[in-house]
Design a protein around this ligand. Sequence first.
Ligand code: ZN
Length: 225
Amino acid sequence: MFQNEKPFELIILGPPVSGKGTQADLVAKTFNIPHISAGVILHNIKSNSNHPLADEVRQYMDNGKLVPTELINKLIAERIKNEDCKFGYALDGFPRTLGQAQFLDTIADLDYVFLIKVSDEVIIERMSGRRVCKNGHTWHLKYSPPKNPEICDICGEPLFQRDDDKPETVQSRLAIYHQETDDIIRYYQEKKVLKEIDGEQHIENVYYQIIRQMVDDLRSKIGWK
Ligand SMILES: [Zn+2]
């Protein structure tokens, strides 16, 4: 038998709209481990005025600045020490830089690093087809089209494109993603822990690929062929 007291320490990397948050959530539910999202941690601190770091985090986020690495490192390190992480966790939104990846290796013993691969073309298509109404109902002109491309089927309000989904914003988000992530991907490739997942599939198929890889790995660790 293999011995690993914390067999489910995993991170999920991927570009915007790759569905990495959804997958982290599904995997977490499957193995009964917490889904830890760096974005959610920051958001919760920011909106909890009793938190000692609330003001500091708010200052960075409200001014569109990156939260400093030392601060986010500390928050992640604290979070994964929690009792609910005793068997592991599914982390997304961290690491964002090579330095953070190296730091993570000092506080964690990652069992799986998944990269959800989606081409830039598909990301642009997914984002540019998205339409929302003022009530937050979300449609996609190709994947979940409303009857009339300009009107929300649910509430009848006009549909519009969020600034985040406009071509120029999408291009710049992608440029930032590649700048941030290409180093991290190489780092995990060199350590031979990176598992690539085809993210241009339905949510369920992406999930099956991840689970399949984990099950195969666990079987081989246990010694089952
Ligand atoms: Zn609506």
